[in-house]
Design a protein around this ligand. Structure first.
Ligand code: PEP
Length: 251
């Protein structure tokens, strides 16, 4: 399967810098047919920058799909400040990131909330990038498999299938820290996730499992060579055209 190269821009940038970043990536991709044969691309800007980025990446032949960084856990109504899955689909998004550790930590999101969001995303035709990952102390205590299994099993709604679900393994201690899981750790966790996916849905071999956590140009190729690594969810390095493209070349 093609590798998925997903950029999570988080809460960074201005309208102008978002336009410049999207333009740089579109131009780099158009000049590089080879990388398009091997990778699919998703960009997840902040909500307010989606309109500007859509104007740049849009078009039937676009190699880039738009994604959002969250959606609401309820379909519509009196939820000030929320954006629904239906709105994202209507707008033209194909993906939504759910269960990112920053939302679990900063917004108290539980597996149950994430499952409700994921179900609505699926019902509205979005593909969910479901993030799972252990904290440093949980790994130190040898609990990483239990933590990740609970997150996966409890956050995946019954609507999940390989077309509408991507899993991103993101060890929390590796996000934005410059620390990366070793290829052996990634291999073990991705194999485990593949096995657990088999207990949750049909055709688990067709689900893309991404690695995320300080993916950079200099470690991407090594990570992409690990079995069951089907792409990357990239934070910091997705904010620079050359780094994002260099990571794609690692595939
Ligand atoms: C992320 O937040 O999803 C992420 C992987 O960030 P970074 O690449 O900056 O570690």
């Amino acid at each position: 399967m093609k590798k998925l190269i997903a950029g999570n821009w988080k809460m960074n940038g201005t309208l102008e810098s978002a336009r410049a970043l999207a333009t740089g990536i579109v131009e780099a991709l158009h000049a590089d047919r080879d990388v398009l044969e091997r990778c699919d691309f998703v960009l997840c800007p902040p909500f307010l920058h989606l309109v500007a980025v859509r104007a740049i990446v849009d078009g039937a032949a676009s190699p880039i799909t738009l994604g959002a960084q969250d959606c609401a856990a309820t379909p519509d109504g009196a939820h000030t400040g929320d954006i629904s899955a239906a709105m994202l689909k209507d707008f033209g998004c194909g993906y939504v990131i759910l269960g990112h550790s920053e939302r679990r930590q900063n917004h108290g999101e539980t597996n149950q909330t994430i499952a409700a969001k994921a179900r609505l995303a699926h019902e509205n035709g979005l593909c969910v990038i479901l993030c799972v990952g252990e904290k440093e102390d949980e790994r130190a205590a040898g609990g990483e498999l239990d933590v990740v299994e609970n997150q996966l099993v409890q956050s995946l709604p019954p609507t999940a299938n390989p077309e509408n679900t991507v899993v991103a393994y993101e060890p929390v201690w590796a996000i934005g820290t410059g620390k990366t899981a070793t290829p052996d750790d990634v291999r073990a966790m991705h194999r485990f996730l593949r096995r657990k996916l088999g207990e949750c849905l049909a055709h688990p071999d067709k689900v893309r499992i991404l690695y995320g956590g300080s993916v950079k140009p200099d470690n991407a190729a090594e990570l992409f060579r690990v079995e069951n690594v089907d792409g990357a969810l990239i934070g910091g390095a997705s904010l620079k055209v050359d780094q994002y493209m260099a990571i794609a070349h690692g595939a």
